[in-house]
Ligand binder design. Structure first.
Ligand SMILES: Nc1nc2c(c(=O)[nH]1)N[C@H]1C(S)=C(S)[C@@H](COP(=O)(O)OP(=O)(O)OC[C@H]3O[C@@H](n4cnc5c(=O)[nH]c(N)nc54)[C@H](O)[C@@H]3O)O[C@H]1N2
Ligand SMILES: Nc1nc2c(c(=O)[nH]1)N[C@H]1C(S)=C(S)[C@@H](COP(=O)(O)OP(=O)(O)OC[C@H]3O[C@@H](n4cnc5c(=O)[nH]c(N)nc54)[C@H](O)[C@@H]3O)O[C@H]1N2
Ligand code: SF4
Ligand SMILES: [Mo]
Length: 911
């Protein structure tokens, strides 16, 4: 599948995007050494050639200065890591694991893996943990992501299988999008939905989200529910469907069980009461029920707003109940369709990568399932002790019960809730292995052994996307330096461990290629609901990506499940689940009067190890900012941009606040992407709660009680330095540990990337520290304009080369920062600059104008330019024609529409 590229010097390899669960096909242009470009694969059925703002910039990410390149080993907690050979590194790891297992038993070690691994990687890890080590302590970040959907599908339908296809999104008559901001998180699916709605405006879209997100731009009805109240909403909708006669008694009778119990539960959810609980207008609730009840094809899409909740499993089943009661499943344009977050979270579920699962959608707690897998693997038995789930697992590490921890392809020191405890656990753990592509993550600093992993474009294997479609991912270029593919690392380690734990026995890990892993794994799915035993790399290459089930002998994949009304439960019937609504633990209380919600930004991916290396991806949102409804700002006497202290029961952060009228009063919103690296203070998850759903054990990441007060940090610093961004970042970041607030962010475009720093403290730092910072910023010597007023603690440094600013540092007072940044962006340094520099007052000439954010990243169009165009009377097409915004990936179109709509509304009010 490597073809000639448009440029004859280059070649093209077909792979997939390594970000979200849409699973778009990409064509990677390269010269066998380096990747030079990326395009959407027109032949891939997920995206038909389109890519979003993240996928289309993949080739701009992955700076080698941020990559892990060699194994590094630390032989004592107080020592620094030093470079090691692979042989030495893996022998050492095998001896520590073997010793720990011998001394403390197999459950004293654990593996924490990721929905971003390939299926073959997962399979190798599962075999390692369960067959060789003999522990079920193998869990993945999918616990934070999809585990409530897994429980929802299994409890209601009998197997963990999303029954729909992407085509159904285009063919539905009514779509319920609940707790999903797909405009940001699944952009290419959202593009497909936009196109479908434009072609069939009669299609109705309901969005259930406490925030007015960009996804709402497509909604006919937005239900801005109170956080955590979805179960009450879905029961309330069922109540109305039953009352209106909009249900399917024949379907219920022939294909389901448990309806009577649910009907009597739903009776307790009358519209007035539900509207009150959920904070909705009763009329909106009734309208939603009518739209759902009267549509020939009803589809629901959901994501983390339902899953990441202490009632995540109940939310999933309550939504699936609506489909079963109306018979809206197993047909075109209908069904309960959970959107997968990570690119291969599905593959993880298939290969058994949650502690309670086994390969082939089996259960670790089921003796028969264990025996089947043990037989296939040729081992006596698999462990029966229940394994720990992510939150419990790190608690066990902290308690000293787990003494050797292997982390691969995930960054728990940023992404798990209650970070203070996670950092404690990682500090205490005697042996931490981190298998990572980027050495820059928060977790890597705890690695006693850092193993460099190959990453996007550098590895082969397979992935399954949200619609059960398996794609063969191909390698375009070799991994840099000594980085190796995950499966190869895992199997190499396993072979060494085998020699210590079961010497003399034939190896369980004689895999010479990644394809051999796939071939072994696929037979474990035979006869199961996900049967993909008929697939092979050759079939995927010849016939393209395929949806499972694809049993042996099948000619094609399966687009839709349950068309015959038979379900993989013991009785063959789907199950109604009657769980009552249970309010979330943390509420708005006196000391913590706001509810903090967390989620995604359009152009960033999780902890930003990859997206954080591309300066332009910070154009849309440059730094961590807490969003609050304007009324919450004015009640606290706060202005947008001001620094605040944000506290929960578990931790605190200092960061700027911003008015955000897409939020409701009483709520706060913080993107999930910030950890300790880009923002000092352990990041967003220092605040979130570890409480989890009783069945799925998925933590409550979307709801924590918080408090906001003005931060007393009068001493401020602002700096910007052009070029060599990663290296400078790595050197400068530790110098900011002592500040109350510090935000470090790449900025600019590829031509002139820069590092931008904002910091603040209660008092001025000592001169020595400032001098160290200045040296790294290149403003300590050479062509630097300098002004110091020691009395007021104010200092300015501006480095000018070839007539333009290339570095700057303001200390004490930073009122001129936006003006200076604007001058840097325009590439000038005029006489105003010298006049301002020597003036005792910090205020820039004209007061200083704030540079606006980049709305369209592909075409580099700012929000100001778009607003000016709108003021001149341009509509969406006019803006596209004149400014070219929104004409490439389209990720900014919903936001442009929002600006257009708010302008129209403002004009209407004025009239
Ligand atoms: N740009 C980008 N895209 C991504 C990712 C990324 O990091 N960046 N990550 C990928 C991954 S792993 C995942 S899991 C997905 C996540 O995709 P989404 O789940 O769509 O994204 P989030 O922003 O986490 O949350 C979705 C919405 O849930 C809402 N919400 C919060 N509480 C509630 C509630 O109680 N009820 C309801 N109904 N809604 C609520 C939030 O306001 C938010 O708008 O995105 C994937 N795609
Ligand atoms: N507050 C809050 N917290 C959340 C969420 C939220 O909505 N709110 N969402 C949760 C969800 S849904 C998710 S999925 C998690 C995600 O949380 P994480 O899994 O921690 O997120 P990533 O930053 O994507 O971590 C993946 C790591 O793998 C590395 N990597 C990339 N490619 C490879 C490779 O090929 N091999 C190896 N070995 N490493 C590689 C990357 O550099 C990165 O450090 O965050 C969760 N945390
Ligand atoms: S929608 Fe964007 S992030 Fe998701 S797979 Fe496609 S290109 Fe990648
Ligand atoms: Mo996720």
């Amino acid at each position: 599948m490597t073809l000639p590229a448009p440029n004859p010097a280059l070649r093209t390899t077909a792979a997939t995007c390594c970000y979200c669960g849409v699973g778009c096909g990409v064509l990677i242009d390269h010269d066998d050494e380096r990747i030079s470009g990326v395009r959407g694969d027109p032949a891939h059925p997920a995206n038909f050639g389109k890519l979003c703002s993240k996928g289309s910039t993949l080739h701009l990410t992955g700076d080698l200065n941020a990559r892990a390149l060699y194994p590094e080993l630390r032989l004592g907690k107080a020592l620094a890591r030093s470079r090691s050979s692979w042989d030495n590194a893996l022998d050492h790891a095998a001896s520590v694991f073997a010793e720990t297992i011998r001394e403390h038993g197999p459950d004293s070690v654990a593996f924490y893996i990721s929905g971003q691994l390939l299926t073959e990687d997962y399979y190798a890890f599962n075999k390692l943990a369960r067959a060789l080590v003999g522990t079920n302590n193998i869990d993945s970040n999918s616990r934070l992501c999809m585990s409530s959907a897994v429980v929802g599908y299994k409890r209601s339908l009998g197997a963990d299988a999303p029954p729909c296809s992407y085509e159904d999104i285009e063919q539905a008559d009514c779509l319920l999008i609940a707790g999903s901001n797909m405009a940001y998180a699944h952009p290419i699916l959202f593009r497909r939905l936009e196109a479908a709605k434009a072609a069939r405006p009669e299609m109705k879209i309901i969005v259930v989200d406490p925030r007015r997100t960009d996804t709402c731009e497509l909604a006919d009805l937005h239900l801005a529910i109170a956080p955590g109240t979805d179960v009450a909403l879905f029961h309330g909708l069922l109540h109305l469907l039953l009352a209106n006669g909009d249900y399917d008694p024949a379907y219920i009778e022939h294909h389901t069980e448990g309806f009577e119990a649910l009907r009597s539960l739903a009776a307790d959810y009358p519209p007035r009461e539900v509207a009150r609980l959920c904070g909705l207008d009763e009329a909106d609730l009734r309208q939603a029920a009518e739209l759902i009840g009267r549509s020939p094809a009803f589809l629901s899409l959901w994501c983390m707003g339902l899953n990441q909740s202490s009632s995540g499993s109940a939310k999933n089943s309550a939504l699936i109940n609506l489909h079963l009661a109306t018979g809206q499943i197993g047909k075109v344009g209908a069904g309960p369709f959970s959107l997968t977050g990570q690119p291969n979270a599905m593959g993880g579920r298939e290969t058994g990568s949650l502690s309670n699962l086994l390969p082939g959608h089996r259960e670790a707690g089921n003796a028969e399932h264990r025996a089947e897998v043990a037989r296939y693997w040729g081992v006596d038995e698999l462990p029966s002790n229940p394994g720990l789930s992510a939150v419990e697992l790190f608690e066990a590490v902290r308690a000293g019960k787990i003494k050797a921890l292997w982390i691969a392809c995930t960054n728990p020191a940023q992404s798990l809730p209650d970070q203070q405890k996670i950092h404690e656990a990682l500090t205490l753990c005697p042996f931490v292995v981190v298998q990572e592509a980027f050495f820059t993550t928060e977790t890597c600093q705890y690695a006693d052994l850092l193993l460099p992993a190959a990453s996007w474009g550098e590895k082969e294997g397979s992935v399954t996307n949200s619609e059960r479609r398996v794609t063969h991912v191909r390698r375009a270029v070799p991994a840099p330096a000594e980085a190796r593919p995950d499966w190869a690392i895992t199997c190499d380690f396993a072979r060494r461990l085998e020699q210590l734990l079961r010497p003399g026995l034939p190896s369980l890990f004689n895999f010479l290629s990644v394809e051999m892993l796939f071939e072994e794994y696929k037979h474990l799915t035979r006869g199961r609901d996900l049967d993909l035993s008929g697939l092979s790399y050759a079939i995927l290459d010849n016939q393209g990506p395929q949806q499972w089930p694809f049993p042996n002998g099948a000619q094609q994949g399966t687009a839709r499940l349950y068309g015959d009304g038979r379900f993989p439960t013991t009785s063959g019937r789907a199950q109604f689940v009657a769980d009552a609504y249970v309010p979330a633990q943390e509420r708005q209380e006196k000391d913590f009067p706001l509810l903090l919600n967390t989620g995604r930004l359009r152009d960033q991916w999780h902890g930003m190890s990859r997206t954080g290396t591309a300066a332009r991806l910070f154009g849309h949102v440059p730094e961590a900012v807490l969003g609050l409804h304007p009324i919450e700002l004015s009640q606290r006497g706060l202005q947008s941009g001001e620094l605040v202290e944000l506290r929960s029961r578990r931790g605190r952060l200092t960061l700027p606040v911003q008015a955000d009228d897409s939020l409701q009063a009483g709520h706060a919103y913080l993107p999930m992407h910030w950890g300790d690296r880009f923002l000092k203070g352990l990041g967003t998850n220092v605040l979130t709660q570890p409480a989890f759903d009783p069945l799925s054990k998925q933590p409550e990441l979307k709801l924590s009680g918080v408090q906001v007060t003005q931060a007393a940090v009068p001493w401020q610093l602002f700096a910007l330095v052009e070029g060599d961004v990663q290296r400078r970042f790595n050197a400068l970041r530790p110098l900011f540990d002592g500040f109350d607030y510090a935000s470090l962010t790449p900025t600019g475009r590829e031509e002139r990337p820069a590092l931008l720093i904002r910091a603040a403290s209660a008092t001025a730092p000592d001169g020595e520290l400032l001098a160290q910072i200045d040296a790294l910023l290149d403003v300590d010597q050479g062509p630097v304009l300098t002004y110091d007023d020691p009395q007021r603690g104010v200092g300015k440094r501006i480095r000018i080369e070839d007539g333009r600013i290339v570095a700057m540092r303001l200390a004490g007072e930073t009122a001129a920062r936006d003006w200076l940044k604007g001058m840097w962006q325009e590439g000038k340094a005029d006489t105003d600059l010298r006049r301002w520099l020597l003036a005792p007052l910090a205020t820039p000439p004209g007061g200083g104008v704030k540079t606006s954010k980049t709305l369209c990243n592909c075409m580099n169009v700012s929000q100001d330019a778009v607003c000016a165009g709108i003021a001149r009377g341009l509509d969406l097409n006019g803006l596209k024609n004149e400014l070219k915004c929104g004409t490439s990936c389209g990720s900014c179109v919903p936001e442009i529409k929002r600006l257009l709509n708010s302008h129209t509304a403002a004009v209407a009010v004025e009239a």
